[in-house]
Design a protein around this ligand. Structure first.
Ligand SMILES: [Cu+2]
Length: 272
C-alpha cells in the first residue's frame, strides 16, 4: 500500500493547521509545527534522528534522490505507514497527536536507514530541521568558556619570577671597588741576608698580595709572591741563583681592589 500522506488521530483539521504554519516554523504552545526528516539525502539514512515533536505537530519526510529507491515503513505498532520503494519519492507528511515513540525504516536500506519520532509534551519544541544541531552545541560552549577564562588568571603569577633578575642586578655591591682607591703601603723595610736568599721584614698597611723580587742588576734571581695580612710581615725569598754578592730586593704590594703600592727597593749583600 502506498500512503503519501496521513493524519493519525488528528483528523483533517490538524493537517490544515500544519499547512498554515509552514515548513520549518517552530510552534509555540498550542500551535502545531512541522519537523523535517531528510531521507537518503547524501547518505542512506534518516536525518536528524531521533526527531522530537509535541502532540499535534507533524513530520515531513523529504526525499532527494532521483535514482536510489527509498521508502518509509513504520516498525512500531502505534502507527501504520508503508510507502512504495521508489526513486524520487514524494514528500510524506505525518501528523502525530498522541504521545509516544514512533519508529520506522527504509526497507531498501534497513541496516542503516531507520529512525524514531518522539512525540512528547515534555520534549523540546519542534525546531526547524536545520537547527537541531545548533541547540545542543550552543549550550555546552557557554560554560567551558567561563572556566577557560578563569585559569589564565592563575598563569600571571609566573611573572613574579621576572622580579628575581631585577633583584640580582643591584647585587653587584662591589661598592667596595669604587670606594677603595687607597693604595697599600710597604714601610719599615728590613732586609736580612740568609743562605742563598733574603729575609724581608716590612710593615703592610692592608691585606695584599706581596711580591718580593731579588735581583742582580736587571736580572731576577728569585721572586716570591704571597698574600699577607696587614701588619708586620716576613717574607723569605731563597733560590740557588741567589749567590754571593750584592743584590737588590724589590717589594710591591697589591690589594684586592688592584691598588698597587709604590715599589720599595733596598740592597743587601749575600754572603753565602
Ligand atoms: Cu533507503
Amino acid at each position: 500500500m502506498a500512503r503519501r500522506s496521513g493524519v493519525f488521530a488528528g483528523g483533517v483539521a490538524a493537517l490544515l493547521m500544519v499547512a498554515g504554519v509552514g515548513a520549518g516554523t517552530a510552534g509555540g504552545a498550542g500551535t502545531a509545527a512541522e519537523a523535517m526528516i531528510f531521507a537518503g539525502n547524501g547518505a542512506d539514512n534518516f536525518a536528524p534522528n531521533p526527531v522530537h515533536i509535541k502532540p499535534g505537530d507533524s513530520v515531513r519526510f523529504v526525499f532527494d534522490n532521483p535514482t536510489m529507491p527509498h521508502n518509509v515503513k513504520s516498525t512500531s505498532p502505534n502507527w501504520s505507514v508503508d510507502t512504495d520503494q521508489i526513486p524520487n519519492h514524494p514528500d510524506l507528511v505525518q501528523t502525530f497527536t498522541a504521545e509516544g515513540e514512533y519508529t520506522f525504516l527504509c526497507e531498501v536500506h534497513a541496516g542503516t536507514m531507520y529512525g524514531t519520532i518522539i512525540v512528547s509534551n515534555t520534549s523540546p519544541t519542534v525546531t526547524p530541521t536545520t537547527s537541531p544541531t545548533q541547540s545542543p552545541t550552543a549550550s555546552p560552549t557557554a560554560s567551558p568558556t567561563v572556566s577557560a577564562t578563569a585559569s589564565p588568571t592563575a598563569t600571571p603569577v609566573t611573572p613574579a619570577a621576572t622580579a628575581v633578575p631585577t633583584a640580582v642586578v643591584p647585587t653587584p655591591a662591589p661598592s667596595s671597588t669604587p670606594s677603595d682607591t687607597k693604595r697599600p703601603t710597604v714601610s719599615s723595610v728590613k732586609l736580612t741576608a740568609v743562605t742563598h736568599g733574603v729575609k724581608a721584614r716590612f710593615k703592610l698597611s692592608e691585606r695584599s698580595t706581596v711580591k718580593v723580587t731579588v735581583k742582580r742588576g736587571s736580572k731576577t734571581l728569585k721572586s716570591v709572591t704571597s698574600t699577607q695580612a696587614a701588619g708586620t710581615r716576613t717574607v723569605t725569598a731563597k733560590g740557588s741563583k741567589v749567590t754571593r754578592g750584592k743584590v737588590t730586593v724589590e717589594i710591591r704590594a697589591t690589594d684586592a681592589a688592584g691598588n698597587t703600592s709604590a715599589q720599595t727597593k733596598r740592597s743587601v749583600s749575600i754572603r753565602r
